[in-house]
Ligand binder design. Structure first.
Ligand code: CTP
Length: 405
């Protein structure tokens, strides 16, 4: 049997990037031979094995043919006559279809190295169109590599547009959509992921509540960029500068969804968009099985982002309600995440990208004041239950008022 390194590790090594996982392809072997050598089979549908010591993944070379719509509609052939070239041919991008032997010899039948050199994301063959997840993968790789200057080959974009027009995106499993999106959010240019999905028409299929924000105007005195979709992407870029946490970046992505549901006659005002956004976020998160911690923060940020911008106008009791709503007394990290999202929103506007956001420090010191009150004297007064709760809120509000003076 012959063994080659393939996929992301070869690509990343050629790009001079750190290597995460090493994936191997095995040519000329049968599952029985692999098991005999102590490999452990992990793939139920595909012949994938774990190395007995390194636990790295070894896949038998295979060809695939689409037989039906959806994730499982593939016929897979992995008999030992499948060649390395045939295996590389079924892969998504030329830069992911380069193989390397242990002693460093490269096999590159589809000119992946040339595409790496020219910074092009290009499909390998028409087999690209058989897997709609690849639309999301290409957008994700674009989000990762755009800062290095990579672009998508026009003919690959055409394939993506065609696939969307054929309804391919509609058969994606919700978990895969989320998995790709959350990975894209962690890349250095996640806004490129959304730009590519818009360009090929996939965004309106998978996230219409986001897609419809382009073309929705906002008041120019607060938003010189005017367009809500542009603002959200600018805010996302700010979030990338501020934090690596994907849940904060997701909350920023969703913070203005409510603006897409503003009645036309109220534009460019968006009174009440904060609460309108909550239902939209919940609906999308249900559909795509988004983990609760992502959804909870997104809902909180949608509901309360204006509070942070207007903290100077808020009554101390309202600030306490904000802390309670964020569940910050139990989980102070909620406040930290909320403020990161609010700062991204405030500075993700035309001309504001380098501005400070003093409200964050102000709110943090109000929170420190609120948490520093001593409840013992209140208990010693004999207060309990709801009366004790109300007295704590009053004491906290007083402390907040003093901290903001
Ligand atoms: N692959 C593919 N089509 C897919 C998924 C994977 O062709 N839908 C192939 C590609 O050759 C890819 C390899 O399988 O390089 C390994 O896939 P994966 O580990 O998901 O991605 P990587 O390319 O290693 O990228 P990442 O750095 O994101 O892990």
């Amino acid at each position: 049997m012959e063994i080659y390194l393939v996929g992301g590790c070869v690509r990343d090594q050629l790009l001079g990037l750190p290597i995460k996982d090493r994936d191997w392809v095995v040519v000329g072997a049968t599952p029985a031979q692999m098991l005999q050598q102590g490999f452990q089979q992990v793939g139920k549908d595909f012949p994938v094995f774990l190395h007995p010591e390194t636990k790295e993944e070894y896949a038998l070379a295979r060809t695939e043919r689409k037989t039906d719509a959806g994730y499982y509609g593939f016929e897979c052939n992995f008999d030992p006559t499948v060649t390395l070239e045939q295996d590389l041919l079924r892969r998504d991008l030329t830069i992911n279809a380069i193989a390397q032997t242990l002693d460093g010899k490269i096999t590159d039948p589809f000119n992946g190295q040339q595409d790496l050199e020219n910074k092009i994301l290009r499909h390998v063959s028409v087999a690209f169109t058989e897997d709609p997840v690849r639309i999301l993968r290409v957008a994700r790789f674009a989000a990762r590599f755009a800062p290095l200057g990579f672009t998508i080959a026009p003919e690959t974009m055409q394939f993506m547009q065609q696939m969307v027009a054929n309804g391919e995106v509609d058969s994606l499993v919700p978990e895969r959509v989320w998995q790709e999106m959350v990975r894209a959010l962690q890349e250095s240019a996640p806004e490129v992921f959304f730009a590519i999905l818009r360009k090929c028409g996939a965004l309106v299929r998978i996230f219409p509540q986001l897609d419809c924000l382009w073309g929705v105007p906002q008041k120019p005195q607060y938003h010189p960029e005017i367009d809500t979709g542009i603002h959200v992407m600018m805010a996302l870029q700010q979030a990338v500068k501020l934090t690596a946490k994907p849940e904060v970046r997701f909350a920023v992505l969703c913070h203005d969804l409510g603006k897409g549901a503003t009645p036309k006659d109220q534009l460019p005002s968006h009174n009440g968009h904060e609460e309108r956004g909550v239902a939209l976020i919940n609906a999308w998160c249900n559909k795509y099985r988004v983990p609760n911690n992502f959804r909870d923060l997104a809902v909180k940020v949608s509901r309360w982002h204006l509070h942070a911008h207007r903290v100077a106008e808020l009554r101390p009791e309202t600030i306490i309600k904000l802390f309670q709503g964020l569940d910050a007394f139990r989980s102070p990290v909620n406040l930290e995440n909320y403020l990161l999202a609010c700062q991204s929103d405030a500075t993700g506007r035309g001309g504001k990208q380098d501005s400070a956001y003093p409200n964050a420090a102000l709110i943090q010191s109000a929170f420190a004041a609120a948490t520093s009150i001593d409840v013992q004297p209140l208990i010693q007064q004999g207060l309990d239950g709801a009366t004790l709760g109300a007295a704590i809120v009053r004491a906290r509000a007083k402390a907040v008022q003093q901290s903001l003076k």
